[in-house]
Ligand binder design. Sequence first.
Ligand SMILES: C[S@@+](CC[C@H](N)C(=O)[O-])C[C@H]1O[C@@H](n2cnc3c(N)ncnc32)[C@H](O)[C@@H]1O
Length: 350
Amino acid sequence: MTDKLGTIKDPDDLSGDASLLYSDKRGPSAARANRQGLEDHAMTPTTPSASTNPRPASSGRPGADTGSPGWEARTGFDHVYDQPDLRGYFQALGPFGYQIPHHAQEVFRRLVAALKPNNAGQRVTVLDICCSYGINAALLNHDLRLADLWARYTGPETTTLSVEELVSADQVFYSAHRHPTGQLARVVGLDPARNAIDYARAVGLVDAGFAENLETTSASAALLAAVRDVRLITITGGVSFLSPRTFQPLLDNAERPVWVAAFVLRTGSYQPIADALAGYGLVTETSTCTFPQRRFTSPAEQRYAIDAVIATGYDPSGKETDGAYHTNLYLSRPSTDIAAMPFTSLLPDS
Ligand SMILES: C[S@@+](CC[C@H](N)C(=O)[O-])C[C@H]1O[C@@H](n2cnc3c(N)ncnc32)[C@H](O)[C@@H]1O
C-alpha cells in the first residue's frame, strides 16, 4: 500500500499539472486521474540517511489530532526542522514523497494575483506560518517547482558544500530564478525554528523572518510591525502545530481583512481555527478535492491515519487507504470577497 506514492527523484516528477495529483469528489474520471497521477510518481524508494531517519512524533502539539488514538504511530520529522540548512529536510521527507508545497504553489499564486488589484499598487504581503526554510516563499516568487528543489538539495550539486557555501550558492541560484514578472509577493516567514529562519533570511527567500512560537509566547513588536499590512496567511504542513492562539495576535494587528489559506491533514479538525477566524469576519470554505501530502512511513502510521480520518468524519477510501496522507484546502475570507470572487472561479481545480 505504501508504495503508490514514490520518491521524487528528478525535476520532471512534479512538473505536470498539479490537478493530476488531486484526489477528489469530482467523479470517477478525476479519481482515475488522481490515481494515475500518484502512480506516475511511483519510483524506487531510497533509504534515508541515518541523520535524517524519521522518528516518532513529538507530543504536546495543540492540533486537534494530537492525542487521538494511535498518535504515537505517527512519524515525526521534528529533527530536520531546525538544521543549519534545508538539505536534511529534503533528504528526510523525499523518500516519502512530501509534496504539499507543490500543490500549494499554484493556489497561493492565484490568491496573491486575486488580492493584487486591491492593494494600491503594492506587492501583497504574505505571512507564511510554519515557513521552515522558506520553501513556499521559494515556490511563490521563483520560476521553480518543488521537484527542482528536491533535485538540488538531494543531488551532487550541493552535497559537498558547507552551510556557508550553500547559502552563497543559493543566493545566486534564486537570483537566477526570479519569477519572470518579478517578485510576486513580499513574504514574511514565521516558525520557531531559529536555524531554518536564519537560512531563509540569509538566502533572501523571505523578506523578513521571525523565530517565534505564538502558541507559547506573545508576538514580538517587530513581527507585528512586519505583518501589519498582511493580506494573505498561508500554511502548509504545520496546522497540527497550531491553535487559534497563533492567529489571534496577527489578526488583531492586521490593518485590513486577511485571507487565510491552509492545507490541513484530514487526520484532524480545522474547526477550532475556522471558528476563531469567524470571530474576525472570515468565512471558511473548503476544497471539494483533496491534496496528497506524503506517503505513510509504516503500516502502523497508516492505521493511525485511517482511524483518525474516520474519527474526524471523512471517508478514507481511495485516499488514506491508498497509502498517503491527504489534506483539504481551507480558505477563509470576508463574505464580501467571497461574493465578489467565488471559490470556484478563483480556484476552479480545487
Ligand atoms: C512539516 S514542516 C512544514 C514546512 C513547510 N511549510 C513545508 O510545507 O514544507 C512543519 C513546520 O512547522 C513548524 N512549527 C512547529 N510549531 C510551530 C508553531 N507553533 N508556529 C509556527 N510554526 C511551527 C516547524 O518548526 C516546521 O518548520
